[in-house]
Design a protein around this ligand. Structure first.
Ligand code: GRF
Length: 224
């Protein structure tokens, strides 16, 4: 049985697209029960529509506070039958109530190497700081911002004088590989947690060829 997931996003939805594409290609053993978005006109809604996936706009501006908004979100996700909630560019903080309702079952992708540069502008902050390696992180979500146990990270060199756009293009391409891979490991029941640490159970799946100068750990398996 494929793993039922819901995607929660605010924007363009390229990560949602990468996940939907890997599912359609038969590489990720999951199904998207619902795509929810809090911003009218966000690209992710159109992507879900084109992929024929149930989607809903829950415009946060129409709720009086975060608690009631998150209760509506949780209700929609419960009704959808989703087991995991996949944040893919969701630009709001989730309340404790929401996280309790889906304890240990909310994932996020962050465009920097956590725990460095949490927050809304992780990629820009890393570049401005002058790091020589940046990247992205898939992690479980806990109440403190960008703080939960890490599943996989990908690092890429920051080249001399490069612009944020240029760096983020590479980071996004890595995101599109590591997020579906992390979800596939979950779908296979291979991720366990002990406190802050996650453990990936080994398998005999071949590793993907290393095609560039990025470092991804744990290593991607073939097709990702
Ligand atoms: C990604 O960079 C992700 O790391 C961050 O928000 C961005 C979403 O991009 N959380 P997209 O909407 O998936 O294209």
């Amino acid at each position: 049985m494929s793993m039922p997931i819901a995607i929660l996003a605010s924007g363009n939805g390229s990560n949602a697209q990468a996940i939907m594409d890997k599912i359609s290609a038969g590489i990720l053993d999951a199904r998207v029960c619902l795509v929810a978005c809090n911003r009218p006109g966000a690209g992710v809604l159109e992507r879900a529509r084109r992929a024929n996936i149930p989607h809903t706009l829950l415009d946060h501006a129409l709720w009086p506070d975060r608690t009631s908004y998150d209760a509506a979100l949780a209700d929609a996700f419960k009704k959808s039958g989703a087991e995991y909630i996949v944040l893919a560019g969701y630009m709001r903080l989730l309340t404790a109530g929401f996280l309790q309702a889906f304890e240990g079952r909310v994932l996020n992708i962050h465009p920097a190497l956590l725990p460095s540069f949490p927050g809304l502008h992780g990629g820009a902050d890393a570049l401005a700081y002058g790091v020589t390696l940046s990247g992205c992180t898939v992690h479980f979500v806990e109440e403190a911002v960008d703080s939960g146990p890490i599943i996989i990270q990908a690092a890429t060199p920051v080249k001399a004088g490069e612009t944020l756009d240029c760096l983020m293009t590479r980071v996004h391409a890595l995101e599109h590989r590591i997020y579906p891979q992390a979800l596939q490991w979950l779908a296979q029941g291979r991720i366990s947690k002990k406190g802050r640490l996650t453990h990936l159970a080994p398998s005999d799946v071949k590793h993907a060829p290393r095609g560039d100068d990025s470092l991804i750990w744990p290593p991607l398996e073939e097709h990702f």
